[in-house]
Design a protein around this ligand. Structure first.
Ligand SMILES: NC(=O)C1=CN([C@@H]2O[C@H](COP(=O)(O)OP(=O)(O)OC[C@H]3O[C@@H](n4cnc5c(N)ncnc54)[C@H](OP(=O)(O)O)[C@@H]3O)[C@@H](O)[C@H]2O)[C@@H](O)CC1
Ligand SMILES: Nc1ncnc2c1ncn2[C@@H]1O[C@H](COP(=O)(O)OP(=O)(O)OP(=O)(O)O)[C@@H](O)[C@H]1O
Length: 480
């Protein structure tokens, strides 16, 4: 009723056409109607009721028409999005065809007589070797080299069974840790990957991140990952979770786009529709270990690999990898982020022998190599980051507080850093593996958030407190 009174006030203060835009002025005249001559003799109350009744009708009509207008708007918007999707897919498939042709030409130049002829491929399903990253759109205001340059410079063979420059044993012996020096050496590279904030860009360009996870038991983990991605600088954050987890996750934040599809009968198709729009995928936070959910997650990983999307695998996603390493093995845009427990499980699954826990760096390197030089982030007192050839260690000061969910903050942020790093030209990161740079950015940030939050909340520090620190920790590390 208060709303009605307020509306009546607004209408009566303005001209009809200003008050209701395109709504017929006839209706407005209701509010302007002068009371009948005899009204002065009526009791004051009934006059009020009469006025209210007119307003109710007016409001009803108003609401009806605005709902109609809204419906029209959404219908048109949906048509626009569909057309946009189609355009992008065609563009994407043209780009892939071009890359495949260039790849063939390039192979032909390197080994003219022995290179096998690639069989023609359907335009929209690239058969690109997953070890060869696909180019992705670069940031608006940078003079990036053309796609060919990036393709050629990053198409060094790597992965299981592929040629490598040194033997695996040599890699291990040659391993190095940058220790504290890494902070000085790698942070500037992380900075170089961060897209500048300009008025020239549109929503989505700085990152559209997908999180696969969220089930009946775990709704916090995908939320932490998705909101962290937004806070780090992604424009849009999508969560693909089960039907019953969706309303819960939505209720935590209106800023997340939540798809209740992970347990639907056509889950994979539902999620795949979104892949062309996603820049990176984080698989595992709060996924759970139910067979059907793991199967859907596996299938979506396979389809994302075909599109060259950076894939971060954490938590229950690592459970899946321990059972079926081939799902991600050798994919050069894959990053695993195990805690020690998850690391041990993976190591033992790959090596079929107990982990020698005296030398974490060596074990991490061995596991990365066994996984086809996948980047591995072994979290702990010191975060060990390795792709089997190079090793970084992040010892940014954190705190002694180990509340659950910190790993989710890490994997969500890594989704964004990975997109930025893979979209940067090689010279911005001095030819370093983009996964390593991204992982270093995300671990430094997580630990800095932990430190800052602990400073304020000490033993009560929770992951939500850490997420509140993302903005200032980010500024401190990368923008000052
Ligand atoms: N709010 C939410 O919704 C949150 C939900 N989450 C979600 O929960 C799901 C399951 O994830 P998880 O990590 O609890 O499962 P799992 O790997 O079986 O570990 C279980 C046991 O392993 C041990 N352990 C753990 N870390 C260790 C270490 N560093 N070093 C050594 N041991 C270690 C420890 O054993 P204990 O100490 O009890 O002997 C622990 O109890 C997953 O989807 C995740 O995303 C979380 O993200 C948190 C916030
Ligand atoms: N002992 C430690 N000292 C300092 N930082 C640590 C320590 N252990 C973990 N961390 C940091 O905490 C973050 C999360 O690691 P953690 O091992 O808690 O992950 P997790 O168990 O996968 O988390 P989650 O609770 O989300 O599942 C990492 O950035 C890591 O650097």
């Amino acid at each position: 009723m208060n709303l009605l009174k307020r509306t009546a006030f607004i209408f009566s203060e303005q001209t009809p056409s200003l008050a209701l835009g395109s709504f017929p002025t006839k209706q407005i005249s209701l509010t302007k109607t002068n009371p009948p001559a005899s009204s002065s003799s009526r009791p004051r109350r009934s006059k009020k009721r009469f006025a209210n009744m007119s307003l109710e009708k007016l409001m009803e009509k108003f609401l009806e028409q605005s709902m109609e207008a809204e419906d029209n708007f959404y219908r048109l918007e949906q048509q626009r999005l569909q057309a946009e999707d189609k355009r992008r897919e065609e563009e994407h498939s043209r780009e892939l065809q071009m890359l495949q042709m260039l790849g063939q030409i390039f192979n032909g130049i390197r080994t003219p007589s022995t290179a096998p002829q690639a069989t023609p491929q359907p335009s929209c399903i690239p058969q690109t070797n997953p070890a060869v990253p696909l180019t992705r759109p670069t940031f608006g205001n940078r003079n990036h080299p053309p796609a060919l340059t990036e393709f050629v410079s990053r198409s060094q063979p790597a992965g299981p069974g592929l040629l490598m420059e040194e033997s695996d044993a040599q890699f291990i012996e040659r391993s190095f840790s940058l220790g504290t020096a890494a902070v000085d050496n790698v942070i500037p590279l992380v900075r170089n990957t961060i897209p500048p904030l300009t008025s020239k860009k549109h929503k989505g360009q700085d990152g559209r991140i997908g999180i696969i996870g969220g089930c009946q038991e775990y709704t916090g983990a995908p939320f932490f990952a998705a909101i962290s991605a937004l806070k780090v600088g992604a424009d849009l954050s999508h969560v693909f979770c089960t039907k019953d987890a969706a309303p819960v996750i939505k209720s935590y934040s209106p800023e997340l786009i939540v798809h209740p599809v992970l347990d639907s009968p056509n889950a994979v198709e539902e999620m795949e529709k979104w892949l062309p729009r996603l820049h990176s995928l984080v698989v595992g936070p709060g996924l759970g270990r139910e067979e059907m959910l793991l199967k859907n997650a596996k299938e979506i990983i396979e389809r994302s690999k075909l599109r060259g999307i950076p894939i971060i695998i954490d938590a229950d996603g690592l459970w899946l990898v321990a059972k079926e390493p081939s799902v991600i093995q050798g994919y050069q845009r894959g990053i695993l982020t195990p805690n020690f427990m998850e690391f041990t499980r993976l190591y033992e699954a790959m090596h079929h022998e107990p982990l020698d826990s005296t030398d974490h760096k060596r074990s991490a390197q061995q596991l990365s190599i066994a996984m086809g030089h996948l980047t591995l982030v072994l979290k702990g007192e010191e975060d060990i980051i390795t792709d089997g050839k190079n090793m970084l260690s992040c010892s940014q000061e954190g705190s002694g507080r180990r509340c659950g969910g910190q790993g989710d903050l890490l994997s969500g942020s890594l989704g964004v850093f990975a997109h930025w790093a893979f979209s940067s030209p090689p010279d911005a990161i001095k030819g370093m593996n983009p996964s390593l740079v991204a992982a270093f950015g995300a671990t430094s940030l997580t630990r800095q958030c932990n430190r800052q939050a602990f400073h304020k909340h000490s033993r009560s520090t929770s992951t939500s407190d850490m997420i509140q620190e993302i903005s200032s920790a980010f500024k401190k590390l990368f923008e000052s």
